[in-house]
Write a protein that binds this ligand. Structure first.
Ligand code: SPD
Length: 362
């Protein structure tokens, strides 16, 4: 009888490629954002196979989500982008009875994320971080001496200073919402402003430093900083720490540091969510629950150098990471962070137009 059943099951799979496809969980995550063995461990524990793709831009993920039928079962939008995607009906409400590891999460950080998703109904925090500056300590000291303003956005937003660093290479994230917020803050405006005139002032500043920027990209800077191919990046906290780590391993004499500039920076949350058209919602819940396991979260943080929102994982997070103010900022630094703004369609159009002008320098 057993044999007969499994023959029948095999036959069903053979004639139904759709059913076969549903056995695999399709995950879409940011690049460089998970420990090397996490997926392997998930499959070993659950028997669920995973295909794993990566992106490095909220805009790319959003385009796929809004187009629908992406084929993905779990994705990791930043909370600010996710807010408007929820409004567009892109994600399912989580079935919390399938997420027992929710008990591990830090209530304070989940509450902060709930500003973008009331009651954390659609998503849980995967990792969080800041958007600051990574720099090659020696290259900067050689060009700017001891008075280099390495604790300030002056390093990349003051055109006279940026000009002195152009030869060793400055990179900016290809992330308009974050660069424009930092630029508005630098010129004394509200970094969360959605006024066209304020966004234009931020854009003016970015246009003034544009001639000194080597490129706009949101993942290439990790290896370029580590290899000494660029010397300053506006980047995401954990990515810069990964660059520092890789530089240490390569042992080429490159030293990388990360700073949350004294003027402040964006704090963001990346969330785990399930698209409405996922064909494998049970497995998607199993994946999200696994990602909230205390040891798995600690392994991920210890590998990617991003802060997590999992209180139970903290005893397993390496001391060096827990104590680093660039990863888990102390209260006085936290006070200077602003949360990412949610932009509506109109503001989004303004930003896209300004961003194209900034990038092309025209
Ligand atoms: N390499 C992982 C990068 C994750 C960055 N998340 C970005 C959030 C921006 N708001």
């Amino acid at each position: 009888m057993k044999k007969l059943l499994s023959m029948t099951a095999l036959l069903a799979l053979a004639i139904s490629p759709v059913l076969a496809a549903e056995k695999v969980l399709h995950v879409y995550n940011w690049s460089d954002y998970i420990a090397e063995d996490t997926i392997e461990k998930f499959t070993a524990e659950t028997g669920i196979e995973v295909t794993y793709d990566v992106y490095d831009s909220n805009e790319v993920l959003e385009a796929k989500m809004l187009a629908g039928s992406s084929g993905y079962d779990v994705v990791t939008p930043s909370a600010d982008f996710m807010n408007r995607q929820i409004a567009a009906g892109v994600y399912v409400k989580l079935d919390k009875s399938k997420l027992p590891n929710l008990k591990n999460m830090d209530a304070g950080l989940m509450k902060q994320a709930a500003v973008f998703d009331p009651d954390n109904a659609h998503a849980v925090v995967y990792m969080w971080g800041t958007t600051g500056i990574g720099y090659n300590t020696k290259a900067i000291a050689e060009r700017l001496g001891d008075s280099a303003p390495t604790d300030s956005w002056d390093l990349v937003f003051d055109p006279a200073i940026a000009a002195k660093l152009a030869d060793c290479g400055i990179s900016f994230l290809d992330a308009p919402t974050e660069l424009l917020a930092a630029a508005m803050n630098y010129v004394g405006l509200d970094p969360r402003s959605t006024k066209k005139a304020d966004l234009e002032k931020g854009a003016e500043l970015l246009t003034a430093v544009r001639p000194h920027i080597r490129y706009f990209h949101s993942s290439q800077y990790i290896s370029d900083l580590a290899n000494g191919d660029i010397c300053v990046s506006v980047g995401w906290s954990g990515d810069i720490f990964q660059a520092r780590d890789r530089a240490g391993e390569a042992d080429k004499g490159v030293e990388v540091s990360y700073v949350i500039p004294k003027e402040g920076a964006t704090q963001w949350f990346d969330m785990l969510a399930i698209p409405v058209d996922s064909k494998n919602k049970d497995a998607a819940h199993a994946y999200i629950n696994f990602m909230m396991d205390a040891q798995i979260t600690a392994n991920n943080t210890n590998y990617v150098w991003y802060a997590n929102a999992n209180r139970a994982s903290m005893p397993m997070v390496e001391e060096e990471i827990k104590e680093d103010p660039g990863i888990f900022p102390p209260l006085d630094v936290q006070a200077k962070l602003w949360s990412a703004q949610v932009y509506n369609k109109r503001t989004d159009r303004v930003m896209t137009r300004l961003w194209t002008k900034i990038q092309t320098g025209k």
